[in-house]
Design a protein around this ligand. Structure first.
Ligand SMILES: NC(=O)c1ccc[n+]([C@@H]2O[C@H](COP(=O)([O-])OP(=O)(O)OC[C@H]3O[C@@H](n4cnc5c(N)ncnc54)[C@H](O)[C@@H]3O)[C@@H](O)[C@H]2O)c1
Length: 416
């Protein structure tokens, strides 16, 4: 067993990043970079583009834990042949409202999109559908898939298991992965409820990002190898483990442990893939990850009429509650991500920490791909102007961010 990700990171160190790499990069440039890296490591253009879309969406939404930050992990998995960057999933068995899918060790995003689209198709016919997959890999932000259903007017759920890195309540060791739960429900005018959360206090990537930025973390996120809570994020690259949602037993951490187990039941147990302690350590690449996911779609129109109106009323009534601190308005799940996406849109690019830019530059050198070119001027948001026509032709009626990526996939340069 080798720590290949560590090998990759030390190989990168032979390249010294220059000064002035910039920190703001246009969405299409980040997408281009990710696609180039994944293809250089062996993925097909189609798979690379699908995965880049999910990774970039994470950064646009402000979840830097699951965007560019993860590129080295995917590249290392491809280079060591433990993920297949060229396959598509297959249906093992199905009924009108269910399916078991084999990801064939392909990229999690490819498997996730396939399964959620299948669940959506079945839910339109039957009212509710549940599709689960085995033989998959890390699928990025869970919310990507639940939102896919909500964009079509359905309630969407998405779950995945992950390698065990979260303390089991009363145990000395990790019991489950960060096993996220994502639920998206359509409100009026595409303003949806979008809950997307790890069942640990935070996603492990948030600790990795703090480590990258050389910042400390709040006490309560991470437990060191001696069983003590620590504010030093560096342990995440070693033997430290995350706390379950809630934290210690006194703070109801057993509820996080229970939710993590619920996700595992819907994923590894239901699909027959690896589960909990059987899942490969994310830092070793001696065998495929064999991760599992679960996707559920429900058609609310088959229940009481006016679902979207009531959803919007519910969300607005929460938002209009008087805040304890007037500078911090009450939010609904999905609001922080919408706010972050708007900043990216307004500024015409995603802002990264300088250390992230350096890391990506080194990755580019190692893979012999073009490093990312930063935004040179304000107003690059004008690239979005071309979206309407092209996207309508392609049936992409979602939002501008997606459409710029669409143009990229179609190999059409967004004009300024
Ligand atoms: N693929 C994997 O294996 C994996 C594992 C774990 C997490 N993840 C992903 O990591 C990402 C981050 O997870 P996290 O749990 O650290 O996210 P988080 O704690 O930042 O946010 C969780 C949810 O809380 C909502 N929220 C945040 N602040 C709020 C507020 N003040 N009021 C109301 N709602 C609020 C957010 O909109 C979000 O839906 C997610 O996208 C998740 O899917 C992926």
């Amino acid at each position: 067993m080798g720590h290949f990700i560590m090998d990759f990171l030390s190989e990168k160190k032979q390249f010294t990043p220059p000064e002035g790499l910039g920190t703001k990069f246009a969405v299409h440039e980040v997408t281009r970079f990710i696609v180039d890296c994944l293809m250089a490591a062996g993925a097909s253009r189609e798979v690379a583009a699908a995965h880049a879309e999910v990774m970039v969406a994470a950064d646009v939404r402000g979840h830097y834990s699951h965007g560019l930050q993860r590129i080295d992990l995917y590249v290392t998995e491809l280079r060591h042949g433990v993920t297949d960057g060229r396959v598509t999933p297959t249906i093992v068995r199905e009924s009108a409202s269910s399916a078991l899918v084999d990801g064939n060790n392909g990229f999690g995003s490819v498997v996730g999109n396939f399964c959620m689209d299948l669940a959506i198709e079945k839910a339109w016919k039957t009212g509710i559908a549940c599709v689960c997959a085995k033989g998959s890999n890390h699928y990025g932000i869970a919310g990507w898939y639940s939102i896919r259903a909500a964009k079509q007017g359905l309630i969407g759920f998405s779950f995945t298991n992950a390698f065990p890195g979260v303390l089991g309540t009363r145990a000395k060791k990790a019991a489950f992965g960060t096993n996220p739960i994502a639920v998206a429900a359509p409100g009026k005018n595409n303003h949806n409820f979008e809950l997307d959360m790890a069942t640990s206090v935070v996603a492990s990537g948030k600790v990795e990002v703090a480590h990258l930025k050389e910042e400390s973390i709040p006490l309560g996120w991470l437990m060191d190898e001696n069983g003590k809570l620590t504010s030093d994020p560096s342990g995440i690259t070693g033997d430290a483990i995350l706390m379950p949602l809630g934290g210690t037993e006194e703070h109801s951490g057993y509820k996080g442990t229970g939710l993590g187990m619920m996700v595992e039941i819907l994923c590894g147990i239901l699909s027959g893939g690896d589960y909990a302690h059987n899942i490969r350590d994310w830092k070793t690449f001696n065998r495929p990850a064999n991760l599992s996911h679960c996707f559920i779609a429900i058609n609310p129109a088959l229940y009481a009429p006016g679902f979207e109106d009531r959803m919007s009323d519910l969300m607005d009534s929460c938002r209009s509650m008087e805040p304890a601190d007037p500078s911090k308005p009450v939010l609904v799940a999905g609001d922080p991500e919408r706010a972050h996406s708007k900043v990216v849109m307004d500024e015409g690019g995603i802002t990264y920490h300088p250390n992230q830019a350096k890391q990506c530059w080194q990755t580019a050198k190692l893979l012999s791909v073009a490093p990312m070119t930063p935004c040179v001027r304000k107003g690059q948001a004008s690239v979005y102007k071309v979206w309407t026509k092209k996207s309508e032709v392609q049936g992409c009626k979602q939002d501008k961010k997606h459409c710029v990526q669409y143009l990229f996939l179609l190999k059409v340069e967004p004009s300024h």
